[in-house]
Design a protein around this ligand. Structure first.
Ligand code: G3P
Ligand code: CA
Length: 366
């Protein structure tokens, strides 16, 4: 397909414009994991379509699906009464209007979360009913000022509501919308008696999603809870190990060690993919420009693992220096070119705040 047709298709709406979106599933479970290149790279709506709506709201997830995302990505934490809700962290002053609620002023406190002192309001100190009185706000108002028009409109969704939305949109759009839940601070939550894994597996099973071929990837930055999900909770759905700088919390083993050829072979014993920070896949040069691919994709594929790097965002400040347009940090740069480089390097999918552009990049590369 020529570039002009694709650009028109992208502008009209990706779900209708990309025939491949209806039919064979785009995800792959264990049976397919040795052949990652046989599958279309996945577009994962990071915190929904968080480039355009306050993150982790049903509105954000719905927009992601409607603009062509294959998967929607809820980060999960727990309420005081053990309900999984979608927030990137358990401290919620940056993404809700909790500070404007005088009835909760006394709940403000300081805690140590994964070794870091954090002050604010925490989901585990609120019942679900209390949390439902709050409203979401834009996390990055200085960068995404336009998203602030939605401040105060949307609730903090439960994982159950996200799964119900997924089902409704899958029916309406006539394609399976996948869900890519992440356990946030799993060691911390287990330590306060609110372990995330049990409710997560129970919810997936209630919705018929604990299968090897389910449109699901469960992700975590901790290897220990992924291993426990597989061995103790006997989850069947695909798992993904996330990696960034340093080491998993409470784990002396650095991420770099997990991502060595030997580490990847070991991971393949209980996960189906890795989610590395994007510069681990294509490094940046010393001047901040996009460099060359590292061996990570080839090493991971050799171990039979998918590679889904994070996080791709349209604003200049998140892009390599040579892909920025102008100098304003919040203006859009050349995300399409960044994604083209990752697609050429062989990624199996990517987390993006701009799923419409993620789909367009994939179409352009096809
Ligand atoms: O889950 C992939 C990516 O979302 C990890 O980063 O911090 O946005 O959850 P984070
Ligand atoms: Ca995440």
């Amino acid at each position: 397909m020529d570039r002009r047709k694709l650009l028109v298709a992208g502008a009209l709406g990706t779900a209708a414009a990309a025939p491949g979106l209806i039919g064979a599933p785009a995800w792959a479970g264990d049976d397919d994991r040795m052949r990652p290149s046989n599958h279309r790279p996945l577009v994962i709506g990071h915190r929904g379509a968080s480039g355009y709506r306050p993150e982790h709201t049903l509105a954000s997830y719905e927009l992601a699906a409607r603009t062509g995302a294959d998967f929607i990505e809820p980060d999960l934490v727990s309420t005081a009464d053990g309900v999984l809700v979608a927030r990137h962290e358990n401290e919620i002053s940056g993404t809700t209007d909790v500070a404007a609620h005088p009835e909760f002023a006394a709940r403000r406190t300081t805690k140590t979360i994964d070794g870091i002192s954090v002050t604010g309001w925490f989901t585990e100190d609120f019942t679900l009913a209390e949390l439902k009185t709050l409203r979401a706000v834009e996390r990055l108002p200085a960068v995404r000022q336009r998203n602030t028009v939605y401040n105060g409109l949307f609730e903090v969704p439960t994982f159950e509501e996200v799964l119900e939305l997924r089902e409704r949109l899958s029916r309406e759009l006539r394609r399976e919308i996948g869900v890519y839940p992440e356990t946030k601070h799993p060691t911390y939550f287990a330590g306060i008696g609110l372990a995330l894994e049990g409710p997560l597996v129970a919810a997936l099973r209630r919705h018929g999603l604990d299968r090897r071929d389910a449109p699901v990837f469960v992700q975590s930055f901790e290897a220990a809870n992924l291993r426990r999900l597989r061995t103790e909770l006997r989850i069947k759905a695909p798992l993904v190990f996330l990696a960034g700088a340093g080491a998993p919390f409470g784990d002396p083993r650095p991420y770099a060690d997990y991502l060595s050829p030997a580490g990847l072979a070991e991971l393949a014993g209980f996960v189906q993919g890795i989610g590395p920070e994007k510069t681990m896949v294509i490094a940046r040069r010393a001047d901040g420009t996009l460099g060359e691919p590292t061996p990570l994709i080839a090493d991971a594929h050799r171990a039979g693992l998918k590679v889904h790097p994070y996080t791709f965002r349209a604003e200049n400040q998140f892009l390599p220096a040579d892909l920025r347009t102008g100098t304003a940090p919040a203006e859009y740069g050349r995300l399409l070119d960044e994604l083209a480089a990752y697609l050429a390097a062989g990624v199996d999918g990517y987390f993006t705040d701009n799923p419409d552009l993620g789909v367009l990049a994939r179409n352009l590369a096809a």
